[in-house]
Design a binder for this molecule. Sequence first.
Ligand SMILES: [Zn+2]
Length: 111
Amino acid sequence: MPLRSAPSPRKRLLVHLSQAVETLSLRAAPDTFEMQLKNLEGNVKIQSFEVTDLEFAHFENVSNALIRLDQGTYGRCMVCGGRIHADVLSGTPWATRCLECGERESRPQST
Ligand SMILES: [Zn+2]
């Protein structure tokens, strides 16, 4: 199996980034817009949603991963410095922790 068959992490991250930006710009629109009701007379004003923390965090995660690509630290665990497994990166291209450190973090502290 050729090593370069998968799309590069940068390409995939850019796709995620543009989706995140799209979500943010849709959500961040300050105006209300009017929606016509089909069976009733009149319009309803719908206030645009605010950007949720999760949506913003996702945007930050993706853009930070692109910065790490430029710095050459992409794919490295930010805790132990080890390599993040390719399976993890293919599922979560912006992952910052290897499996071990990710598990250790989600586990309750034993000390
Ligand atoms: Zn680690």
